[in-house]
Design a protein around this ligand. Structure first.
Ligand SMILES: [Mg+2]
Length: 173
């Protein structure tokens, strides 16, 4: 069992998903499946636009033989389906319920992967990273793509994240 501190500690901090090398994930950490958050990790909140560098990263993961599945807590399931479809990646149908682990377990079954060969990538400590750590995945915290987000996230979670990470978020380039 992980302690509370370990649950709140990502294995890695990066600025952006494109800073995560698919080759390194595969070779150094034995990762062959990536579960990815959607909002402010792959796309801006409420947006369906996928930036070129995000699309390039997804393509590089696939080329490395790493499966990708989106696990999102969004309520807008149509948008989730459209974005996953456009990127040609799997998605957990419905709200993933992070920091609960049922959505991530569903993702692992879709990816046909065990926790030890999967990574969780997301921008939120209390949902993405906690859920990933609870299952023993390799966890990567990215900086949020944009300052626009759900008010409770913005005013509560982000301040608590700052306290826990103590300024250790990946530095802006
Ligand atoms: Mg997010």
């Amino acid at each position: 069992m992980k302690t509370r501190k370990q649950l709140l500690t990502p294995d890695r901090l990066v600025r952006h998903v494109s800073d995560i090398s698919p080759a390194l994930l595969a070779e150094q950490f034995g990762v062959r499946a990536v579960i990815c958050d959607l909002d402010n990790t792959l796309a801006e909140w409420h947006s369906e636009k996928i930036a070129t560098e995000v699309a390039g990263w997804i393509a590089a993961l696939k080329k490395t033989g790493i499966g990708v599945c989106i696990a999102s807590n969004t309520r807008n399931l149509r948008r989730l389906e459209r974005v996953a479809g456009a990127m040609e990646v799997l998605h957990v149908p419905g709200n993933a319920g992070k920091p609960g682990v049922s959505g991530l377990k569903h993702a692992l079954s879709l990816l046909d992967a065990h926790p030890g060969e999967a990574a969780m990538v997301g921008d939120q400590l209390f949902t993405d990273i906690v859920a990933g750590n609870r299952l023993g995945l390799y966890t990567v915290l990215v900086n949020p793509l944009a300052p626009h987000e759900f008010f409770a996230t913005k005013f509560i979670s982000r301040n608590l994240e700052r306290l826990i990470l103590r300024g250790e978020r990946a530095r802006l380039r």
